[in-house]
Ligand binder design. Structure first.
Ligand code: B12
Ligand code: SF4
Length: 564
């Protein structure tokens, strides 16, 4: 049975029903690890299961921010069905096999993105062998691969939003309100050779207001996957709904900061302003990390962003010459500078290998990107990904390169298409150079965020709204002890790399001393050398090939022991 549920997101779902309905036993799994190694299933050592180290701080050595994120898509599905359900996150093959044989599952759902299609194939094979009665459902971006139904042995392949599909499949009300799972945004954070302690409330909660983005940029896979231009799926329509969810998470996870997983959160101004209104009335001093396009950010004054608690912002810079409508009329350098002056950490994202790039102009474009001096900078290759308008265009023009393994199509390796002026080999050279250049010129991101936070503190420590004062004071408290010691270590280390950056760190440290208490004046002299030592030890470990893997996590809901 091969059913491809090709359903545009604005049409009713035409989904079959499982005979056991909400009594069916469900296993939802992410693809198996280990991930940061080269193997025949499509793991790649250069493609670890880490956000920052994979695509943002990869050239920052032991200053790279290392952490893992759970598979939120299957957590969201689990929270919204009443069937007995297990989520198995980051298993290895043995653990996956054990779960298949120790419980009797009616349905096994696998979540995957395109790079991991080889693992999906293997998992389907294992399910057929070890649990032949199970129905196999595949969801996530992997579903966008043309002809996937012939590549893997599954029963259902589900493109687009999965909660409604799964509810319908189990005979549940697909329009029921969304229940948001309690998600701690990151885990096992490491930097400078130290693993940070995991305390309840210390890490932000992830909130997922919607999926998709109506801007529909030609290369954008998340926009395309959830309906494309003009479309998206909202889980929480209003500021009130969002406020209620955030308040629940505040209580359950003891947090006051949120990682808002929405491709373009600020685009929905009414919802954001409704949220701000509720935050003000309830005196919530929350902070928020958000993704937003430049045109959306421009809908707000700096004061509105600060009052909303926006403390970290991921913005596509792409290239000023690319003509994306989201960038039109925006001086991104000026915008970045302004945001940082208001204490908002900026993560820029730049594309390498756009149509107008040539070997002659690309270095200047990279220098331009680097000159934004963002706190973090992601560089990605221009990549036609199945499902996107760009992929369709390149396929029509016969420019997709044949025989490229999907496992290598992750934007951090080499082109998967024929570029007009840049070769496949050179694409990687330019990409690597961009990361190196950003690190050399601007220094470790840890230093950059310290600078932005200090700027915010100075500007807002006497601000009229106590919620805002409280937030900056909280962030400053975090900065003053350990951060100032980290700055001490970075200042010393960077004397060897870039004297100029080292000098800037020294100046920042002295500003810190003026603004903070006795402890942070004394601590760096003691803790700084320790951090310098752990940083250098980590650099040696990394040079020997040390990699990090996420832990396997199993969570059951509505569980009743299997009757065999
Ligand atoms: C968090 C995240 C990660 C985490 C991974 C966490 C994990 N456990 O897998 C980290 C940071 C490690 C990561 C790494 C990578 N990622 Co990533 N990541 C994301 C991000 C930002 C959020 C994903 C998310 O939770 N979204 C919210 C949830 C609700 O949506 P969802 O996962 O799509 O799930 C919905 C549907 O897809 C569907 N669904 C999902 N699973 C299932 C299962 C079943 C059975 C069913 C029925 C339905 C279903 O229903 C869900 C609810 O609607 C997305 C961008 C985005 N906005 O989605 C990129 C994204 C998924 N990542 C992407 C990529 C390319 C990568 C990397 C290759 C790195 C890179 N170079 O960018 C690596 C791969 C690492 C590896 N070895 O596998 C691409 C995928 C492209 C594609 N078309 O396949 C995305 C879309 C980013 C982008 N725009 O390019 N990533
Ligand atoms: S604005 Fe960002 S999220 Fe939206 S379509 Fe463009 S690239 Fe995708």
């Amino acid at each position: 049975m091969h059913l491809r549920a090709d359903i545009p997101s604005d049409q009713p779902l035409n989904v079959p029903k499982h005979p056991k309905g909400k009594h069916a036993r469900i296993l939802l799994s992410s693809v198996f690890g280990p991930y940061a190694q080269d193997d025949e299933f499509g793991s790649r050592s250069m493609n670890p299961m880490e956000l920052y180290h994979n695509q943002v701080t990869r050239a920052q050595g032991s200053y790279s921010l290392r952490m893992f994120h759970r598979s939120w898509g299957i957590m969201l599905i689990q929270a919204n069905i009443s069937a007995p359900c297990t989520v198995l996150d980051f298993p290895n093959r043995d653990r996956f096999a054990r779960e298949l044989t120790s419980e009797r599952y009616d349905v096994v759902g696998i979540s995957s993105i395109i790079v991991n299609v080889g693992k999906v194939r293997e998992m389907c094979r294992m399910i057929r062998q070890l649990s032949p009665h199970s129905v196999i459902v595949i969801g996530g971006h992997v579903a966008a691969i043309p002809g996937i139904e012939k590549m893997i042995d599954a029963d259902y392949i589900v493109p687009g939003e999965g909660v409604a599909w799964m509810r319908r499949y189990l005979g549940e009300d697909e329009d029921a309100p969304i229940r948001h799972p309690a998600i701690v945004s990151g885990m096992r954070t490491r930097i400078m050779g130290i693993r940070l302690p995991e305390r309840k409330g210390a890490t932000a909660a992830t909130i997922i207001p919607s999926v998709g983005c109506p801007m529909g940029c030609n290369f954008c896979t998340t926009s395309a996957f959830f309906g494309g231009k003009g479309k998206f799926v909202n889980f929480f329509e209003t500021g009130d709904e969002l406020f209620d969810v955030m308040e629940q998470m505040e209580e359950r996870l003891a947090v006051n900061s949120f990682f808002v997983m929405d491709e373009n959160f600020l685009l929905h101004r009414n919802r954001a302003m409704g949220l701000l209104d509720r935050m003000k009335r309830a005196r919530k001093s929350w902070s928020m990390s958000v993704f937003a396009s430049a045109n959306a950010i421009r809908k707000y004054s700096m004061q509105e962003l600060v009052e909303l608690g926006v403390s970290w912002l991921w913005m596509g810079l792409e290239s000023p010459r690319a003509g994306y409508s989201k960038l039109q009329g925006t001086d991104t350098q000026e915008l970045t500078r302004e945001l940082r002056e208001h204490g908002i950490r900026v993560q820029g994202s730049t594309i390498i290998g756009l149509e107008h790039h040539t070997p002659d102009n690309i270095m200047a474009e990279i220098e331009h990107a680097v000159s934004h001096d963002t706190d973090f900078h992601q560089f990605m290759l221009y990549t036609p990904v199945p499902g996107t308008p760009l992929y369709q265009q390149m396929s029509r023009e016969g420019r997709m390169l044949p025989d490229i393994d999907y496992a290598d199509v992750h934007g951090q390796f080499k082109f998967n298409f024929k570029h007009a002026a840049i070769s496949r080999e050179d694409s990687k050279r330019f990409l690597d150079w961009a990361f190196r250049r950003d690190f050399e010129v601007n220094g470790p991101s840890l230093y950059r965020i310290s600078r932005t936070l200090l700027a915010g503190w100075k500007r807002y420590k006497d601000f009229s709204d106590s919620r805002v004062r409280e937030r900056f004071a909280r962030e400053m408290r975090r900065l003053s002890g350990v951060y100032s010691s980290a700055l001490w270590a970075m200042e010393h280390e960077f004397k060897r790399v870039n004297q100029n950056v080292s000098e800037q760190i020294r100046v920042l440290r002295s500003e810190f001393r003026e603004e903070s208490g006795l402890l942070s004046r004394m601590l760096p002299g003691v803790l700084g050398p320790v951090l310098l030592w752990t940083t250098r030890r980590e650099a040696r470990r990394l040079a020997r090939g040390k990699t990090y893997e996420p832990p396997t996590i199993l969570e059951r809901s509505n569980w009743v022991a299997s009757s065999g």
